[in-house]
Design a protein around this ligand. Structure first.
Ligand code: ATP
Ligand code: IP8
Length: 253
């Protein structure tokens, strides 16, 4: 059995600098690539879990309310604004996947996960595992999450990828962003990362409004995975799903 976890970056599926705007063309393009693989090329017994990021839906509201992964809010309007925007984006992503014949179903992590006072995430894998067993493609998203002593903080899609890839025994993990991979100081794609310190000098924040940390946080989190993870651009969704290792491969120890 093979299990693929694919994250669609918020920067890919939204116009990241235009509040609450879906990049319809880009979303359709990645959904079509996923649909073609899912219906025509996927090996029997391979299942797929999709996670998407916040882009101009979540990050815009999170920044406006001063909420991040560490700094929470007890303001229920803030929680509703952030979560509501992410639900809207999730509906668009699930809709595009359904149009491409992917059996996509929405999953809203605010209803399931929580953080301890130290910020440690708990997210149960079983409901998602049951959906996969029944032939669904669960589509989760970055969200808010109850955080003991803080109200609610941001839960990034990258954290969900790491948590569920481990919890569900993913065999392949892919993160589709707007960049073709992790870039070095000459803007060349780094083919493989095995140690954070080797690349730390190249890794920065996102160029757009992003409360969860851009590429640096992504690489750090992916190094903690047992499965290798690939970071690639939108044109490489198809090749990744077909078994190639486009962009940058991150192999933890
Ligand atoms: N060395 C680097 N290589 C590639 N991108 C980098 C690097 N350093 C910083 N970045 C920035 O990180 C961004 C990718 O992180 P970001 O969190 O914005 O992606 P995403 O996952 O696609 O979006 P979202 O967080 O909304 O889901 C790139 O668009 C780029 O601006
Ligand atoms: C800002 C919110 C609500 C989600 C952040 O998820 P990410 O874009 O994957 O970091």
């Amino acid at each position: 059995m093979s299990r693929v976890v694919l994250k669609l970056g918020g920067s890919v599926v939204t116009e990241k600098d235009e509040p609450e705007t879906v990049d319809t063309e880009a979303l359709e393009r990645v959904a079509t690539a996923i649909g073609e693989w899912y219906t025509d090329e996927r090996a029997a017994g391979t299942d797929l879990l999709v996670v998407h990021g916040g882009g101009s839906f979540g990050h815009h509201h999170a920044a406006a309310h001063g909420v991040s992964r560490e700094t929470g809010s007890t303001d229920t309007q803030a929680v509703r604004d952030i979560h509501g925007a992410m639900q809207d984006l999730n509906e668009a992503v699930v809709g595009a996947l359904a149009d491409a014949d992917v059996p996509a179903v929405p999953v809203h992590p605010f209803s399931a996960g929580y953080r301890t006072p130290e910020g440690l995430l708990f997210y149960p894998a079983e409901p998602t595992a049951s959906m996969l067993s029944e032939g669904f493609v669960p589509v989760l998203h970055g969200d808010v999450v109850a955080h003991a002593g803080e109200g609610a903080t941001i839960l990034s899609g990258d954290e969900l990828v790491v948590e569920l890839a481990e919890g569900l025994g993913a065999t392949r993990v892919g993160l589709c962003s707007t960049v073709p991979g992790v870039l070095d100081d000459a803007d060349e794609v780094i083919s493989e990362i095995v140690d954070y310190e080797d690349v730390a000098d190249y890794l920065g924040e996102s160029e757009s409004t992003d409360v969860t940390g851009g590429m640096a946080a992504k690489v750090r989190a992916l190094l903690g995975l047992r499965a290798a993870a690939s970071v690639f651009g939108p044109d490489d969704v198809g090749p990744f799903l077909r078994g190639e290792e486009p962009g940058t491969v991150i192999r933890g120890e």
